[in-house]
Design a binder for this molecule. Structure first.
Ligand code: N01
Length: 538
């Protein structure tokens, strides 16, 4: 580390700066610190590590990806030592894991926590990033690697009159650390995405009364969560590289076998059998991608999946009014949800559902929330209203590339970056799981990208190169490819966070590469093998 004083304040001069202490930032820091031996720091605004899993401490928070692939694979002994306890790990267990990783690889010594980066400007005179924080830090780094998270800038719709509400307002994505006793309380939940469904399922049995304020009903299938046998994890540890290699070469980077047959290629009886098995096996991604290979691309196949799930919902939710309220009618083309007895929770007599399409929220009152139908009295109101996803954290920081161009302007019509990693005009900057990038289970994809980036940095440094920078042509070609593939799916036909449509006024965008991670790796490897084709090295 070099500290030198300027007239204003000391500048910390580094080889690399990593932003974010979630899955991305930690593995990136590990590779740069422990593998390349660089002088590197990681900054996060939280006072601890964990990223998403630091902030989202709400009741019921857990991953809906199997624990044995919701983790790193870069260190066989780490994989062998850490024993997940459940198929779908709870937030607290994932947070403990990331804390363990931080300690185990001695990462904390290079972390600057409780500190938010306010601006990062590329200095064309020095070919370095000049970074400033809300604590007055000034940092000069050759490389800037972001791990800002897809879903980390919370969205809180501004309903009028919040200041007069006498109860407590909570937001799932910024949940307090101290426990809250909801027993006997009147609790409102706005939102029924992955988050809202988890909150409702967890709290329904505890609260006095729960009111779900729901705008769009969702399709959800059972998680079928269960404890896991440590011996099962050992069998994966015994063949770790091969196992994760197979997982990464799949399209979605999950542990289940992806389907190879279309839903309309089989008889109605066989379709029913496959759906029923997936329902009993559990898992939303399994239901969407493990049953048939065209649920997300073929309207007829999608309609068959919708019909099956609707029939299941109708069997569980017995109250006709509630059944009608939670029954989805649109395409099954949002992120596939899975739950721990969500529809059973809806069925409970102490749970009611307000259909916001019929009865929109008007305002807060002193005692609760007024909709077009009347007032609902509440002690707590929980916002589970999602995120300014994908680009939210990028536009909140003042990133400035060559010629004074701001990233938020470069991305005004949606994110653009070669491989989702590198925006043209922003040299020596890489965004792990940045847009438009892979659309997968994240940790195994992230660590593969972190290895790719660390190898690029090693190569650049070894060759005495100053800058590595995506070309505008490569950036455009990549965006075109992402758009072409997305058009083949049903995902772009509905409004949700993936397209930016959940945020009023946000440009509808192509946020992901939906060609599968196996293909993604080929694109990235091909670039690296061909002297970083798509990049300009100077
Ligand atoms: O957010 P969402 P989320 N008035 O955007 C509603 C990951 N995740 O936090 O559908 C009224 O999906 C909105 O209504 P509508 C996962 O990738 C994973 O739940 O837009 N309602 C919707 O119901 C997931 O996809 C896990 O009509 C309003 C809800 O709020 C992603 O995070 C757990 C509203 C937002 O749903 C986001 O999920 C949690 C308004 N003005 C999250 N604005 C697991 O791994 C929004 N809503 C299990």
């Amino acid at each position: 580390m070099t500290q030198h004083n300027t007239a204003r304040k000391p500048v910390l001069t580094l080889d690399a700066l990593v932003l974010g202490a979630g899955f991305s930032g930690l593995v990136m820091l590990h590779k740069l610190q422990n593998k390349l031996g660089l002088d590197v720091r990681l900054i996060d605004k939280a006072d601890g590590v964990g990223g998403t899993w630091y902030w989202n401490r709400y009741p019921g928070a857990r991953s809906d990806t199997e624990s044995w692939v919701y983790c790193y694979s870069f260190d066989p002994q780490l994989y062998r030592d850490w024993k997940w306890t459940e198929r779908y790990p709870r937030q607290a267990e994932i947070l403990s894991y990331l804390e363990h990783v931080s300690d185990r690889f001695d990462l904390r010594k290079n972390m600057i926590l409780s500190t938010a980066v306010t601006q990062a400007h590329f200095n064309e005179a020095t070919n370095r990033w000049d970074v400033e924080t809300d604590k007055g830090d000034r940092i000069s780094a050759k490389f800037l690697i972001t791990g800002l998270g897809l879903l980390s800038a919370p969205n809180k719709p501004p309903f009028p009159g919040e200041e007069r509400f006498q109860g407590r307002v909570l937001q799932t994505a910024n949940w307090p650390k101290e426990p809250i006793d909801f027993r006997g309380k009147r609790v409102g939940v706005i939102g029924n995405g992955s988050t809202g469904v988890q909150v409702v399922s967890e709290l329904a049995g505890e609260v006095g009364h729960l009111t779900l304020f729901q705008r769009t009903p969702q399709y959800s299938v059972p998680a079928q969560n269960h404890p896991i046998d440590p011996a099962f994890l050992d069998t994966i540890a015994d063949q770790l590289d091969g196992y994760f290699d197979r997982v990464r070469k799949s399209a979605t980077v999950f542990a289940f076998q992806e389907a190879t047959v279309g839903a309309m290629e089989v008889s109605a009886e066989e379709r029913e059998r496959v759906f029923e098995k997936a329902w009993n096996d559990g898992g939303g991604f399994n239901f969407m991608f493990g049953t048939f290979n065209d649920i997300a691309t073929n309207r007829e196949s999608n309609a068959a999946a919708c019909d099956f799930i609707r029939r299941k919902i109708a069997q569980v939710v017995t109250d006709p009014a509630k059944r009608e309220a939670v029954m989805p009618t649109d395409l099954y083309a949002r992120r596939p949800l899975c739950d721990n007895h969500y529809y059973e929770a809806i069925n409970r007599p102490n749970v009611s559902v307000v259909n916001l399409r019929k009865s929109p929220i008007v305002e807060f009152t002193e005692k609760g929330l007024r909709t077009a139908e009347g007032e609902v009295e509440l002690d707590y109101l929980i916002f589970a209203t999602g995120f300014d996803a994908v680009t939210g954290n990028f536009v909140r920081i003042d990133f400035q590339g060559r010629n004074g161009v701001k990233l938020k302007d470069h991305w005004a019509n949606g994110p653009r970056a070669f491989l989702g990693l590198s925006a043209a005009g922003f040299p020596n900057m890489f965004s792990l799981y940045g847009p438009p990038g892979p659309f997968t289970n994240q940790p195994p994809a992230i660590e593969w990208q972190a290895e790719w980036v660390s190898e690029a940095i090693r190569a650049v440094n070894a060759r005495g190169i100053d800058t590595i920078e995506a070309t505008p042509e490569a950036e455009q070609a990549w965006l075109d490819e992402c758009s072409r593939i997305e058009q083949m799916t049903l995902f772009h036909k509905i409004d949700w966070w993936v397209s930016g449509a959940n945020i009023p006024g946000k440009a509808k965008a192509v946020s992901f590469y939906m060609g599968g991670f196996g293909e993604y790796m080929k694109h990235a490897d091909n670039s690296a093998r061909n002297d970083y084709q798509g990049y300009r090295l100077t």
